[in-house]
Design a protein around this ligand. Sequence first.
Ligand code: RIB
Length: 310
Amino acid sequence: MKDVIVLGGLNMDLIVETPRLAGPGETAEGTRFYTTPGGKGGNQAVAAARIAESPGSVKMVGRVGDDGFGEQMAGFLKSEDIDISLLSKTDGIASGIAAIFILPDGENHVNPVYGANGLCDRQQSSDVEGALSTAGVLLCQQEIPLSATKASIDAAVKAGVVVVLDPAPVRDVPDGFYDSVTVLTPNQGEASAMSGIEITDAVSARSAAVAIRNVGIETVIVTLGDQGAWVESDGISEFLDPFVVPVVASVAAGDAFNGGLGVGLASGMELLDAALLGMASGAICVSRDGAQEAMGSKTEVLALMASKTS
Ligand code: RIB
């Protein structure tokens, strides 16, 4: 397997489980609070590292602040055998955090404050560039400044490295931002926003994927949560059924998908098999509490995948 480089956000997730969200000016008591390392970049890195072939083959590029959360997040990534030598620390700024409210059906509402993530710049794109020679895949999202992400994408494409971009959270992007991305992985809401097509089923997911792909992206995978995923690429136009698992919390499900997909592609799997690996990783993640801590082990993810093919 070639290396997986993850460029992106790291947040300490402050999670409140609550029967309902408070309305304007109202106070509504929650039932449980805990903190867990998160952020879309960090989550993708842990999802990938837990199923990667060798320790250190997942590299995290990003920024934390000089606070306890930053130390905890870096420590957690290291304990997962992720190479954090390209993780920068900035003095005098808080690390990213995300306030997350989880409702009884597992649905989540996320309000991040990006802190140090917002200072990602040319340092990060040159860190990515320096790591490309042994990489098969670059995973990115939209929680850090788009200029750092775009420079990294361009360098990766030039080096022949596959770029997987999760367009989350939805942001206004400059013209041409997605042009050289190899695989774009919007969820239902993101794909609707990008294509202008309301997605209600597999057929509309396909229409959205085709429309998004028309800007020149090689592959578009529209993830539909517990409804499956649509994969649209050269010679491939296919719906993948979901893995059915009990949903505890859907936080980081998309990140788990991208981490699994990234490892599949870096290992030379065919696109549909890599997407299935991503879906199995996502399914394990939603069946547990937490973000990075919820990611499935290699044994769990492969066993779930095998349950579909047997
Ligand atoms: O995708 C889930 C992640 O989004 C959470 O871990 C939170 O930190 C936000 O960035």
